[in-house]
Design a protein around this ligand. Structure first.
Ligand code: ATP
Ligand code: MG
Length: 437
């Protein structure tokens, strides 16, 4: 892609409510545009990053045998009346009437709808366990939408649901998701801490939030620093290994403010190891047993012929929130550097040229074509501007690798730079391996 052709409305004027870095940067870099309070359009660069995150989330869900489906955004109120949540959910739910006067709603979550899908077809223990997920827009009429994509009214979420015959097997599903979440966040270049959480209005008895440390986060967290020493490479999807992992995490103190008790913290964690800070919740998993299956009549025949309410869990990842969360985690001194896995482009070529001398631009186009042939997603900055302006702009866009075509680059050796480190001179044919390393 040539930068002159890219729809990237870079802007300097920020609204006064853009208080945190990710919100400012996403607006400045033309990734999003607000359409009304807490509702955004995703512009090409923003959408590209979000789609990459979505794909990583999807791949890690598929790896544990979860199957993707797609439920609608608009739901009937009937199933919510059956579960009893139609009234309980309160004002966060956007309620709509269709032309026949039927009560509908824009889904804030999907426990009812997935249970309805499940109960209508699954009748026997033989079909269990099962995990289903979708990645779909949600609407919650948040009282205070803010911080850009962090707390929106309309947002993009992956939500998965597990179905098991009994508590023991449900626990295995929960553990798989737990590990899958840690792997997902790691691929996104993030270190997420799983924290014991309250189950809140969704109910049930087992729940973890996955939190990324950030000063701008809305969750207050209390943890033992030794949680950062747990190495994911020590575990596998084997059941025993998963149990060990959960045990290892549970033995380290890590909670959000709802569960925090000072006396307990001081007793369990020595002073030097205590970390009190803020974080962003990027994922949340719950085990709630038969909380929905019972009222919604989702029963299966067990081996001994009895009817059992299916045991369910639900598992969410804030896909659109993650775009902002990654920025909060990676932004440093006015410079953005996307993790390779989600960067809007693999590399940008920045030639130094002007009206009277376009030699470097011509050279850059040749490099561009060569890299394209190698399937590298490359951006060529063909906009006529001085180099310092160009570098500022690319500090904002955040592509992690740059090829600089100026006086220092020759035909055979080109100047190559990873953002925030020294440049080196490399052969064109070696660029691909450099981008991977
Ligand atoms: P929060 O405490 O932040 O309101 P929640 O407990 O209501 O989150 P869940 O219902 O578990 O969230 O949703 C799963 C994930 O969806 C959250 O972990 C978060 O990453 C994301 N999410 C929830 N609400 C919003 C929102 N208003 N805007 C953007 N992302 C959200
Ligand atoms: Mg919420």
């Amino acid at each position: 892609m040539f930068l002159s052709k890219l729809f990237i409305p870079i802007t300097k004027n920020l609204p006064s409510d853009a208080k945190i870095k990710s919100h400012q940067l996403m607006l400045r870099a033309g990734m999003i545009k607000q359409s009304s309070a807490g509702i955004y359009s995703w512009l090409p660069i923003g959408l590209k990053v979000m789609k990459k995150i979505e794909q990583i989330v999807r791949e890690e869900q598929n790896k544990i045998g979860a199957q993707e489906l797609l439920m609608p955004t608009i739901q009937s109120a009937d199933i919510w009346k059956e579960s009893g949540r139609y009234n309980d959910y309160g004002e966060e739910m956007l309620r709509i009437k269709d032309r026949q006067g039927r009560e509908m709603l824009y889904g804030p979550t999907n426990e009812e709808l997935i249970t309805d899908i499940f109960r209508s077809s699954v009748k026997s223990y033989k079909s269990l366990p099962q995990m289903l997920y979708h990645i779909q827009w949600k609407f919650r009429d948040e009282i205070r939408p803010r911080f850009g994509v962090m707390r929106c009214r309309e947002f993009f979420m992956k939500d998965a649901y597990s179905f098991d015959l009994d508590d023991n097997s449900a626990k295995i599903s929960y553990n798989k998701m737990f590990f899958s979440y840690l792997k997902t966040f790691k691929r996104l270049g993030l270190e997420a801490i799983p924290m014991a959480a309250d189950t809140g209005p969704i109910g049930g008895d087992l729940s973890h939030e996955f939190i990324i440390l950030a000063e701008t986060g809305e969750s207050k967290i209390y943890t033992d620093k030794s949680i950062f020493e747990i190495d994911l490479n020590n575990y596998s999807y084997d059941n025993l290994s998963l149990e060990k992992m959960i045990k290892d995490y549970s033995s380290v103190y890590a909670v959000t403010d709802e569960k925090f008790k000072k006396a307990e913290f001081d007793k369990k964690v020595n002073k030097q190891n205590q970390l009190i800070t803020k974080g962003i919740e990027v994922g949340h998993i719950f085990y709630f047993g038969d909380k929905y299956s019972k009222p919604l009549n989702c029963f299966v025949d067990s081996q001994d012929g009895k009817k059992n309410a299916v045991k369910m869990g639900s598992y969410g990842i804030g896909v659109s929130r993650l775009v902002g969360a990654i920025i909060e985690a990676k932004y440093e001194k006015e410079i953005m550097k996307w993790p390779k896995a989600v960067s809007p482009f693999d590399v940008v070529i920045i030639p130094s040229f002007n009206k009277n001398n376009k030699e470097n631009l011509t050279k850059s186009i040749k490099i561009y074509e060569e890299l394209k042939k190698q399937n590298i997603d490359v951006l060529l900055d063909d906009v006529e501007e001085n180099m310092s302006q160009k570098f500022k702009k690319h500090d904002l866009i955040g592509i992690p690798f740059q090829i600089i075509v100026g006086s220092k680059s020759t035909e055979s050796k080109i100047e190559f730079k990873e953002v925030n480190s020294e440049s080196s001179f490399v052969d064109l044919k070696d660029i691909k391996s450099k981008l991977k390393s």
